[in-house]
Design a protein. Structure first.
Length: 316
């Protein structure tokens, strides 16, 4: 009997772990991706490929199906325009994993994993930053950590949701949303089957007074219904933005008539500077944001249809 009781406690513990956002996992991902050894994960660098392989290993661990063109990878070329060196073409890749629940519709969860490398891409905001590592902890190791933790949750929770999940780590976002634009132009999955898309970019530096921004609220009338079912007292503070467009990868999907939500904690003094380091991430708030995202995702499972609405057009 004592062995049975011990087994039941172990089973319940494992199930509980699979259902909860764990800060230790978030820290593992951010501290790896934003370490000096990764040299800022600049597009075309060995460290950028190393980051992609790290994500690939996690997708394999979570038993996601590869849905790239070469296993989990979807390769493409990205052009870097810089002042100090000639134009160059760099190899880049999206990392794509699919959780197949044999459903007719699919939610895309995405985040970009590239950053500015050693400040040679021309977009650093720091003075004399050429050749200095930009670790990109918030931008966007925080979003990738969220992507991987949601992939773990939904792949290990022993629940077969009425949707599939397509997890995409985008490459070359810092060069102009190149990876996400390439995906929507060369989709490895039918875009007509996409329920909606959730994007995470810079979600690790929450301003507790203003809260996390959720852009794209107007891209479907269904989002209003979903958010009515969410008790704001249970989660981090948030506010919504109507427009679907914005400076991150959800824009590529919005332009293909896919409803989108973009989670973002806003700018800060370390944005696009060498000081965007892992020790400045608020992991407790990051956990809270992911719990909010999960509540939104779970709320959307009750919706048979999430119709697209073009936010470029003014509602009279």
């Amino acid at each position: 009997m004592k062995y049975l009781i011990a087994f039941l406690f172990l089973f319940v513990g494992l199930k509980s772990y699979a259902q909860e956002i764990e800060t230790k996992n978030l820290k593992e991902h951010v501290y790896f991706l934003a370490s000096d050894k990764m040299k800022g994960r600049g597009t075309g660098s060995k460290q950028n490929l190393k980051a992609a392989k790290y994500i690939e290993r996690k997708f394999k661990t979570y038993q996601l199906k590869p849905l790239g063109e070469e296993g989990y990878f979807q390769s493409f070329d990205a052009k870097i325009r810089k002042v100090k060196v000639p134009d160059s073409i760099r190899p880049a890749r999206n990392v794509i994993g699919f959780l197949d629940n044999n459903a007719s519709k699919t939610i895309i969860i995405g985040a970009h994993y590239d950053h500015l490398g050693e400040g040679k891409q021309g977009s650093s905001l720091a003075n004399d930053s050429y050749g200095i590592i930009h670790n990109g902890a918030d931008d966007n190791a925080s979003g990738v950590a969220g992507l991987l933790e949601l992939a773990r949750i939904y792949s290990q929770n022993k629940v077969k949701e009425p949707v599939n999940f397509l997890f995409i780590a985008f490459g070359a976002e810092e060069l102009g949303l190149v990876g996400s634009r390439y995906f929507v132009q060369h989709p490895t999955y039918d875009l007509n089957k996409i329920h909606w898309m959730l994007n995470m970019d810079m979600i690790g530096r929450l301003n507790k007074e203003t809260g996390v921004s959720i852009i794209g609220f107007g891209t479907s009338p269904a989002f209003e219904t979903i958010f009515k079912g969410i008790n704001p007292q249970r989660f981090v503070k948030f506010y919504t933005g109507y427009e679907g467009r914005g400076g991150s990868d959800q824009t590529s999907f919005y332009e293909k008539d896919v409803p989108v939500l973009f989670f973002h904690t806003g700018g800060h003094p370390d944005y696009h500077k060498p000081t965007d380091d892992a020790d400045r991430i608020d992991f407790s708030s990051l956990q809270g944001i992911l719990n909010l995202e999960k509540a939104v995702i779970d709320g959307s499972l009750k919706m048979e249809v999430i119709p697209f609405r073009n936010t470029d057009k003014k509602i009279e």
